[in-house]
Design a protein around this ligand. Structure first.
Ligand SMILES: Cc1ncc(COP(=O)(O)O)c(C=O)c1O
Length: 392
């Protein structure tokens, strides 16, 4: 056997990826809207949108055009300089939010957005305690992971950051007992995503707002997954009219390009003591994509579309067989189908039929399709779900 040519490119393989799944991965080479194609040219309908990154679909032409334009002008420049596209992005984003939420820290991912929220709250209040919810998910860096209660994500990484406590979600009495005068931050998802698609009750969110005001604590909504139209409102908190002091965004905010944003008030900024920074945060490239993504999301009324399509989907899915399905719940195009058994075999059957959905925990099939999904594709996906769950 001859020695391998040292100059030859390595054979392409996913097996070099750290923590790659044990199963062989399907190779996807191209996407358009909610359609993805594998290397053999087979078309799939994406019902998961990379955990909500793809609200605008796989490769939105306006996002691509903005990236091309920006790449030809200026790829990177730190926050020590004013860059017009960054200012434009920040103006557009804050223009979509309540007036008080007008200070934005930009980073590169959801977990970084949450880390910043935790740091801002501790430094602004001078208090240590962070209250979050059981079943919640906020990311995997050590601060965000400390806010994430689920054992399977924490195992092997302890000790985590001290000062975090977890309460049952949608339990106002537990919330009132946990949030006290030592609490810096109450951190909640308006709809728990990874935890199985559980929408908050209005009573819980009202208690969150009231109790944090009573105790001088800050309230953060983690809208990394629910933001930008996903739940049928541009931001999920709009449904209840309850404003947080801090808001975390990421995933679809720049149409598929890495970004994170921690939005807060001038008051929190004024009380913040300390230093926080990100080298790549606010990169011109991400901001250009963000301007295009916000433009499309608002102009094409994608939140309204999510509300309409989500309602139709939820109505249809209530007809699923009760012996196999415990509950169907969701808001907008964020839908969870909780089974009485493991979801994985049904996800595999859906994939065989050409539909790529994702799990949320062991027993929930999660649907987070691109908000631009063609109605025919969504209907076909729902039919496939009915078939696989209806098969004896
Ligand atoms: C609510 C929420 N917060 C934070 C994160 C972490 O985001 P990222 O994976 O971009 O770090 C996620 C990711 O799924 C999320 O759903």
């Amino acid at each position: 056997m001859s020695d391998p040519d040292p100059g030859a490119p390595p054979a392409a393989s996913a097996s070099h990826a750290f923590a790659a799944p044990a199963r062989a991965l399907r190779t996807i080479v191209r996407g358009e809207g909610a359609a993805l194609w594998d290397a053999a040219g087979r078309r799939f309908v994406d019902l998961g949108a990379t955990h909500g990154v793809g609200n605008l679909g796989a490769s939105h032409p306006e996002v691509v055009a903005a990236l091309r334009r920006q790449a030809g002008e200026l790829l990177y420049l730190g926050t020590g300089y004013d860059v017009p596209v960054r200012s434009e992005f920040l103006a557009r984003l804050t223009g979509l939010l309540p007036p008080a939420l007008d200070r934005v820290f930009l980073s590169n991912s959801g977990t970084e957005a949450v880390e910043a929220a935790i740091k801002f709250a501790r430094a602004a209040t001078g208090r240590p305690k962070v209250v979050a919810a059981l079943r919640g998910f906020h990311g995997r860096t050590l601060g965000a992971l400390s806010a994430t209660a689920r054992k399977e994500f924490r195992e092997g990484f302890e000790p985590l950051v001290p000062g975090f406590v977890h309460i049952p979600y949608n339990d106002p009495a537990a919330l009132r007992a946990a949030v006290d005068e030592t609490t810096a931050l109450l951190l909640l998802e308006p709809v728990q995503g990874e935890g199985g698609v559980h929408p908050a009750t209005e009573e819980f969110l009202r208690a969150a707002r009231e109790r944090t005001r009573e105790t001088g604590s800050l309230l953060a909504f983690d809208e990394v997954q629910t933001g930008l139209g996903r739940t049928g409102r541009l931001f999920a908190f709009e449904r209840w009219g309850i404003e947080p002091d801090l808001l975390t965004l990421a995933k679809s905010l720049a149409g598929g390009v890495p970004i994170g944003a921690t939005v807060t008030t001038r008051e929190v900024q004024a009380r913040f003591r300390g230093s926080h920074h990100s080298t790549f945060g606010g990169s011109p490239l991400a901001c250009a994509a963000g301007v295009a993504a916000l433009e499309v999301t608002v102009r094409d009324r994608l939140a309204e579309r999510a509300e309409r399509l989500g309602r139709t989907a939820l109505n249809r899915l209530t007809g699923l067989p009760a012996e196999r399905v415990r509950e169907v719940r969701g808001l907008g195009l964020m839908i969870g189908i909780e089974l009485r058994e493991r979801a994985a075999p049904y996800l595999a059957r859906l994939e065989e039929r050409g539909f790529l959905a994702i799990p949320a925990g062991p027993a929930v099939i999660r649907l987070l399709p691109p908000l631009v999904i063609a109605e025919d594709d969504l209907a076909a996906g729902l039919e496939a779900i009915e078939q696989v769950l209806g098969d004896g």
